[in-house]
Design a protein around this ligand. Structure first.
Ligand SMILES: [Zn+2]
Length: 190
């Protein structure tokens, strides 16, 4: 297979990460850490994995940013990231599903909006989810966000209405002071 040397060279330097929106076409050629990779994905060479040397947590970095990422240090000056999976450190397994996952509570709505399904279900933190959405589903994320912004505006308007209403009621209750001692006779119970 003509791809073999190229593949091995790349795997030696850094593990290849899925590229945003990459369709899994082509024949599977390798399986590193449970990630099925195809020749197509490897050849496109866009993203690689880096590991936090202390936690073992894995993140995805654009190749253009890789050098910069590897320059980052902890407070004590030691390098924070490596492209080699740290031995003896199990990365914390995420359980957060992509917002475009088939199990998402908003799936029906997303279907009606024509948004695709994503199978990613091992996102560690909500912060990572946002990054995943921004990187892998930029357009869909903007669509979802636009919808959320719209809803938030609506909620804000309703909050303001409620507040205005509450202030009005309070003002009304405060106003009729002239009616003398107003004892609470609501529950005359003998
Ligand atoms: Zn996704």
């Amino acid at each position: 297979m003509a791809d073999e040397p190229l593949v091995h060279e790349m795997l030696r330097d850094a593990e290849q990460a899925e590229e945003p929106g990459n369709m899994k076409i082509g024949t599977p050629i390798g399986n590193a850490n449970g990630i099925q990779m195809t020749a197509t994905e490897l050849r496109s060479a866009g993203y690689v994995y880096v590991y936090n040397v202390r936690t073992g947590d894995r993140s995805t970095v654009n190749r253009n940013m890789l050098e910069q990422q590897l320059q980052k240090t902890f407070e004590d000056g030691t390098y924070a990231f490596t492209t080699r999976k740290p031995e003896g450190l199990e990365p914390s397994k995420g359980k957060i599903k992509c917002m475009l996952h088939a199990d998402d509570p908003n799936r029906e709505k997303y279907n009606s909006m024509g948004l695709p399904v994503c199978r990613k279900a091992n996102i560690v933190a909500s912060h990572d989810l946002r990054i995943h959405m921004e990187k892998r589903h930029r357009r869909e994320w903007a669509t979802i966000n636009g919808d959320e912004i719209q809803k938030e505006k609506q909620r804000e308007l309703e909050r303001q209405d409620n507040l205005a209403e509450a202030i009005r009621l309070l003002a009304e209750r405060e106003a009729p002071r002239s009616s003398g001692n107003n004892q609470n006779r609501g529950k005359g119970n003998g």
